[in-house]
Design a protein around this ligand. Structure first.
Ligand SMILES: [Zn+2]
Ligand SMILES: [Zn+2]
Length: 277
């Protein structure tokens, strides 16, 4: 049985029973406006092929209680996961496509994974493999993104509404932000940044190349904006929370300090541009 992984977006599909060696015909996530089919057409890989090709993961602690997990050489859209340590267990924020025994062991040494939460479908990757490697840790996904789950599994816990607590007692809170996907989710970690608070934003908002700023797009690769009204709503939502640092889900995409103000001024600048003020 092969669980095929889309080379362009990194999402792993359910293992195929009838025709174990025939990959899916297409990837709905890549065919959507918010992604793209690769230059060489739809291509597939598997965990085994990735390992045989020399891919591996690197863990790095970037602040107390917080580590990044990256695949090298980079894979798909370069997804990065964060492992957050809390007094009641670790949370894996986002997921990457390569789940290998070496990384699983390295995470076990750091206390394992008690829960997984993911911002939106571009980070679903091999989430089910990560869950299974850690005793079926629940995967928290916003219900409105359900149609984009390519590998359904009983460990997926769909949540509704505007907020959720994936690890009660940890202080971690999931916030529905929307904009990029209806259920696009951010994660608030109040203990992060030495207690000044951290927001993990996924793609909404996304940290800009100038890391004093963020932006708000419906499609990043195809450069499709969201409306001024929607950006205003997102900025209002995030203004209700305290955070000093904001991590995106790609390497080095971080607003290191004064991030709440960066979100507010970025929203104001964006609205000015799209309205043509
Ligand atoms: Zn894809
Ligand atoms: Zn995205």
């Amino acid at each position: 049985m092969a669980a095929f992984i889309c080379v362009t977006c990194g999402v792993q599909f359910a293992p195929v029973e009838r025709h174990p060696d025939a990959p899916p015909a297409r990837c709905p996530i890549c065919e959507d406006d918010r992604q793209y089919v690769g230059y060489n057409g739809q291509r597939w890989t598997t965990t085994e092929d990735l390992l045989a090709g020399g891919r591996r993961n690197v863990l790095a602690e970037i602040e107390p209680g917080l580590s990044t997990i990256n695949t090298v050489p980079s894979l798909a859209i370069g997804q990065q996961a964060h492992l957050i340590r809390t007094p009641v267990g670790n949370l894996l924020w986002e997921s990457i496509s390569l789940c290998d025994p070496e990384t699983v062991e390295a995470i076990r040494e750091r206390g394992g994974i008690a829960a997984i939460a993911i911002s939106h479908p571009h980070f679903y990757s091999a989430m089910v493999e990560w869950s299974h490697a850690f005793g079926g840790a629940p995967i928290w996904l916003h219900r409105s993104n359900r149609e984009w789950v390519m590998r359904p599994d009983p460990t997926i816990r769909y949540w509704d509404g505007e907020t959720a607590e994936p690890l009660p007692g940890s202080g971690l809170t999931l916030l529905r932000v929307g904009g990029h996907f209806p259920g696009a989710t951010a994660l608030l970690w109040p203990a992060g940044a030495d207690g000044r608070g951290v927001l993990f934003s996924g793609d909404m908002p996304q940290v800009a190349a100038d890391r004093r700023w963020v932006s708000f797009l419906y499609s990043y690769p195809n450069m499709i904006p969201v409306s001024a009204a929607e950006v205003e709503r997102i900025a209002d939502t995030l203004a209700g929370y305290r955070f000093d640092r904001l991590y995106g889900s790609w390497t080095n995409r971080v607003v290191a300090t004064d991030a709440a103000a960066a979100v507010a001024r970025s929203a104001a600048r964006y609205i000015e541009h799209v309205r043509g003020d």
